[in-house]
Design a protein around this ligand. Structure first.
Ligand SMILES: Cc1cc2nc3c(=O)[nH]c(=O)nc-3n(C[C@H](O)[C@H](O)[C@H](O)COP(=O)(O)OP(=O)(O)OC[C@H]3O[C@@H](n4cnc5c(N)ncnc54)[C@H](O)[C@@H]3O)c2cc1C
Length: 358
């Protein structure tokens, strides 16, 4: 839209969901992204472990019923990323117990909520029928779990190139502490700068100290917090791994284990990297190489000859602004602030493509 002065939109945070929003809104707004970390990506930022760059988990796009081809074609067209089917498709304890078919896999998440086997069986049967019907409607949904070719490293690299190409400004290593609305104008304050915005798009995971208007001052320190402990194990085996992503019951020490080697920058490296998400009740137990090795042997998921070479224990703290505080901010910002609030990137991307406005 040449010649028309576009409104200034500030996006605070740079998760892949916010990055896709930036690309969708780029023609309507003059966009600046502000990220407090030294790189973009939020929870999808890759890390360096065992001397290699890797995803911090399986990072899958998944759905039960919905056709995700709109996401694949958008990202392929806009930034040139490709997707791969997660192979073999994820399995779960429940699915092995009943019928080991792909249709039964995802039901574990639902089934884990109930203790009764009979109820679980009925739920699984229902889900399977639902899947069968949705597969008839959405031809592309037969692959339910996909990952990005090259992992989040590729995704974020391509996003960064595209931001530059489109002239979307990116400010790294700057944290917005306060948002103030003064006489209808909206200001973002960091330690170094004050920015005047027409609109703000951000996430419920925003780390903000203060929101204020002429008549209101909200300290946003109240947070809803979840801690996820993940153990990374570097393993060696001569045999082929038989799983890619496997979930356990909620009473187990592990919640899920996954082979993340395919999204790890490997070089000449010949080991496998397994990420193990610990269930809540087992996060404070003493985690050592031998305790993890013993538990993995008990599970019989890995080939018999496996040896753990090294483990790294890591934790992710997911903090969200209290929902009542978000409600108060929204009521007092007269449509100038929009929050995304989701726990699943697949759903967030899909809804962003379906609704192309702020
Ligand atoms: C370990 C892990 C694995 C996951 N795996 C999957 C998966 O496989 N599939 C899936 O669909 N979903 C997955 N999710 C969920 C999905 O990644 C998240 O729902 C999504 O990334 C959340 O996006 P967000 O913008 O709300 O928050 P975040 O990703 O946390 O991003 C928030 C960003 O805002 C920045 N920020 C915060 N405050 C400020 C400030 N004051 N100033 C400047 N910048 C600020 C942060 O630095 C961060 O970059 C996973 C989540 C985690 C934690």
């Amino acid at each position: 839209m040449k010649g028309i002065k576009r409104k200034k939109l500030f996006i605070i945070g740079s998760s892949p969901c916010l990055l896709m929003k930036a690309l969708i809104l780029k023609d309507r707004y003059d966009i600046t992204i502000i990220e407090k970390n030294s790189d973009i990506g939020g929870a999808w930022l890759y890390t360096e472990k065992f001397g290699m760059i890797m995803d911090n988990g399986p990072h899958l796009l998944y759905t039960l019923r919905r056709d995700l081809s709109a996401i694949y074609s958008f990202l392929n067209k806009e930034i040139g990323v490709k997707f791969q089917v997660h192979s073999p498709q994820p399995t779960s304890e429940e699915s092995i117990f009943f019928f080991n078919t792909p249709e039964f896999n995802y039901t574990h998440f639902v089934a884990a909520k109930t203790e009764k086997r009979y109820t679980r069986f009925v739920i699984q049967l229902f889900q399977t029928l639902k899947n069968k019907f949705s597969d008839l409607i959405f031809k592309n949904s037969k692959y339910k779990y996909l990952y990005i070719e090259g992992g989040t490293y590729q995704l974020l690299k391509k996003f960064k190139e595209k931001l530059k190409q489109e002239g979307i400004k990116l400010i790294l290593k700057e944290s917005i502490n306060n948002i103030e609305i003064i006489e209808g104008a909206i200001f973002l304050k960091s330690k170094k700068n004050i920015y005047k915005a027409d609109k703000i798009l951000t996430t419920s995971r925003l780390d903000l100290k203060l929101f204020s208007t002429k008549s209101l001052l909200i300290k946003t320190h109240k947070k809803e917090e979840t801690i996820l402990m993940v153990v990374y194990a570097k393993i060696k085996t001569q045999e082929k791994l038989k799983f890619s992503y496997h979930t356990f019951s909620k009473n187990d020490a592990f919640y899920l284990i996954s082979d993340i080697t395919n999204t790890t920058q490997q070089g000449s490296f010949d080991s496998k990297i397994i990420s193990i998400a610990m269930n809540k009740n087992h996060q404070n137990t003493n985690i050592t190489k031998s305790s993890i090795e013993k538990q993995l042997r008990d599970k019989r998921i890995l080939p018999n000859d496996f040896v753990i070479e090294d483990v790294i224990v890591d934790s992710f703290i997911d903090k969200k602004i209290d929902s009542k505080i978000i409600k108060a901010i929204l009521e007092n910002s007269k449509g100038k602030i929009t929050f995304i609030n989701h726990d699943n990137l697949t759903r967030c991307w899909l809804s962003s493509i379906q609704n192309r406005y702020l």
